[in-house]
Design a binder for this molecule. Structure first.
Ligand SMILES: Nc1ncnc2c1ncn2[C@@H]1O[C@H](COP(=O)(O)OP(=O)(O)OP(=O)(O)O)[C@@H](O)[C@H]1O
Length: 276
């Protein structure tokens, strides 16, 4: 079953086209990683899929056309975790997470028992209980990032759009949040589209990667197919080695500039070289 389909999708920012003729299909329950250099159009595409900005072409996501469906109705099926969240002044962490329930609550209606249970469950699953009464505006960057993910999960979406979900997180919290999203995908058939810069992490969690460059899809396939050293050099201008470990997904290792061997070995060399 298809959860997301884009046919010749284009998006302009101001008068400048920044996403060009993107064709994309994502299966229900699939994790699709969106990768590409800065400015390649990842955020723009995610915002168009969430119906936040106009796009040309055809978009269907969780059975709705976000370009022609109201924000509220779209938000009952599609949640976006933004790269740069705005936090309403004075709200607590629990209140911010509760905002995720807004699309499900009738205007002038009150929260149901289910609404309250969902909020408490995501606070618990992300270990946010100890922060729940704190003002959201006074959190660290990483704490806020987990709270904003909690708000998106509280929407109980069919499709979750993640824009750099772990950019502010330490390695332990990166694994915690990506493992949680992955378990929700496996248990509930959640469909995930995640824009990520960490290519090793993107390869680990994504069943498929789509690589954007200059607003166009330049590669679409399994992580091993998309992440080759020559393609990363060409698209990112980066020196890397791609490690293929038995039974595991590819790992992308940055390499030092030619002639440099890294801090430790350079230091050892200066001190008299190896084996002395
Ligand atoms: N509001 C805007 N007005 C004008 N141009 C914009 C706007 N937002 C984005 N752009 C431009 O659109 C292009 C794509 O930006 P976008 O944020 O989608 O890239 P990205 O792949 O998400 O980048 P990054 O990895 O740096 O987050 C960039 O050239 C950017 O400068």
């Amino acid at each position: 079953m298809t959860a997301v389909s884009c046919v010749r999708v284009g998006v302009s920012r101001g008068s400048v086209p920044v996403v060009h003729e993107v064709d994309l299909t994502v299966r229900k329950g699939e994790w699709l990683g969106l990768v590409g250099p800065n400015g390649s159009g990842k955020t723009t595409l995610l915002h168009a899929l969430a119906g936040l900005i106009p796009a040309s072409g055809e978009v269907r996501i969780a059975g709705v056309d976000p370009q022609r469906t109201g924000r509220r109705a779209t938000a009952r099926a599609v949640a976006l975790m933004p790269q740069r969240p705005t936090v309403p002044e004075g709200v607590s962490v629990r209140e911010l997470v509760r905002l995720g329930r807004t699309p499900h609550i009738a205007r002038f209606g009150v929260e149901s028992v289910h609404d309250r249970e969902v909020v408490e469950e995501v606070l618990d699953r992300l270990d946010l209980e100890p922060l729940a009464a704190r003002p959201a505006g006074a959190l660290s960057g990483g704490e806020l990032q987990r709270v904003v993910l909690a708000r998106a999960l509280a929407q109980e979406p069919e499709v979750l759009l993640l824009d750099e979900p772990t950019s502010a997180l330490d390695i332990g919290h990166q694994q915690q949040v990506l493992d949680l999203v992955d378990s929700m995908r496996r248990e509930h058939g959640l469909t995930v589209l995640a824009a990520m810069h960490d290519l090793t992490s993107a390869a680990q969690y994504s069943e498929r990667l789509v690589l954007l460059d200059g607003g166009r899809v330049v590669a679409d396939g399994s992580p091993a197919e998309v992440l080759t050293a020559s393609r990363i050099a060409q698209v990112y201008g980066a020196r890397v080695e791609v490690l293929h470990r038995p039974g595991s997904t590819p790992a992308v290792l940055p390499l030092p500039a030619a002639g440099e061997t890294g801090n430790d070995s350079a230091g050892a060399g200066d001190a008299g070289g190896e084996g002395q």
